[in-house]
Design a protein around this ligand. Structure first.
Ligand code: AMP
Ligand code: MG
Length: 359
């Protein structure tokens, strides 16, 4: 198995299955709704994708199955386009940068590049898709070469300096030359994929659905007469070592629920956890939070923001304001749960969990 993505397939699949199982359990817990519920598991974007559909009278079972088949192909293509591995459009762009060339951003990538540039500005550089070389140095781009010790601080400092001096992403169709930059859309692509997947399902007549990419999800419509009920994962395992829930959220129509956490990819060294969400200004894993969940009408925004707020750490509330988000749940490094008023009004915390208002 030459492709490292395949090599890690088993581990990712297991994690994905556990997570998806948790959410699917919640989505399907209510009575089976006389064959109107369909669920399809797909592997894409390095995770298990679970799509749940509630069929209303206007949608035949065959049409629902066709929509799911189409979605599977679409997500595979999307992954190829945005992956840093393989030979897709983004990987080719990165190869051009590595050769010292000025690159032209292809039209199919341009809209998400422009949104990424906007979120970098709004977040004061906490979210930054130019962060690829730092992610590589920490080994978080490829599970087959996970580190067990932090990289040399001097090497980190060199990449941070190089990033500081490299051109910012703007509205231009060209970028570079910037041989020290590699683009990594890992902090926004899953949110964008949820948005596009829901739009595609709706175009195929599927009004009620959940598209869940490893815990980052978007819903549309509802399940018959009741809203979809979504579980938000606790960032730390329960005493038995199992992933548990922090809260559940009855959804309001069409919205995205996106989480960034320090439990997704990490190693431990001398009692300290080193995880995959890096502060581009220090080159180190961001400190201060265990997880942050953002609810918004736009998955790409929610995804970029969940990463930016995670990097902001104790200052997450200010970054949320800058990015115009009012529904956020955050767990700090002491395990204390914080929730904004707009979300507190609708969130159902699990028994034994208390949350402090974050005005
Ligand atoms: P997420 O899980 O959405 O927070 O995204 C984390 C992924 O985005 C990491 O695995 C990296 O590939 C990439 N990444 C890490 N730190 C940043 C950052 N500060 N800004 C943008 N992307 C990042
Ligand atoms: Mg993100």
């Amino acid at each position: 198995m030459a492709d490292p993505r395949l090599k890690n397939f088993g581990r990712r699949l297991l994690t994905g299955l556990l997570l998806a199982g948790l959410f699917a359990f919640l989505a399907l817990r209510q009575p089976q709704a006389d064959g109107r519920l369909l669920q399809r598991d797909l592997l894409a974007m390095g995770t298990l994708v679970t799509v749940t559909v509630y069929r209303d009278d206007s949608l035949s079972p065959a049409a629902a199955e066709r929509a799911l088949d189409d979605l599977a192909g679409f997500l595979q293509d999307f992954e190829t386009t945005w992956s840093v591995l393989g030979g897709g459009a983004l990987a080719q762009l990165n190869a051009g940068l590595a050769r010292g060339e000025s690159v032209s951003i292809p039209p199919e990538l341009a809209p998400l590049f422009q949104r990424a540039a906007q979120y970098t500005r709004q977040s004061g550089g906490r979210f930054d898709v130019r962060v690829g070389p730092l992610v590589q140095l920490w080994g978080f781009d490829d599970e087959s070469r996970y580190r067990q010790t932090p990289p040399d601080p001097a090497a980190v400092a060199r990449r941070v300096d190089a990033l500081r001096q490299a051109p910012q992403l703007g509205a231009d169709a060209r970028y570079g030359p910037a041989p020290e930059v590699q683009f990594d859309f890992g902090a926004i692509a899953k949110g964008e994929a949820c948005d596009l997947a829901i739009a595609r399902l709706r175009a195929a007549g599927v009004r009620n659905a959940i598209v869940n990419l490893g815990g980052n999800l978007r819903v549309s419509g509802q399940k018959g007469d009741t809203p979809w009920n979504i579980g938000i994962r606790h960032p730390r395992p329960d005493p038995a070592g199992n992933a548990g829930l922090l809260a559940t959220l009855p959804t309001h129509g069409d919205e995205a629920i996106i989480t960034s956490g320090d439990y997704e990819r990490y190693f431990e060294f001398e009692g300290q956890r080193y995880h995959h969400i890096l502060d581009p200004r220090s080159g180190q894993p961001a400190r201060g939070l265990q997880s942050v969940t953002v609810i918004s009408r736009d998955g790409a925004l929610g995804d970029a923001a969940s990463t930016a707020l995670f990097v902001a750490g104790p200052q997450w509330r200010e970054t949320a304001r800058e990015m115009e988000l009012d529904q956020v749940l955050a767990v700090d490094e002491a395990g204390q749960v914080w929730v904004t008023p707009a979300l507190a009004a609708r969130l159902q915390l699990r028994d034994g969990i208390t949350a402090t208002p974050a005005p």
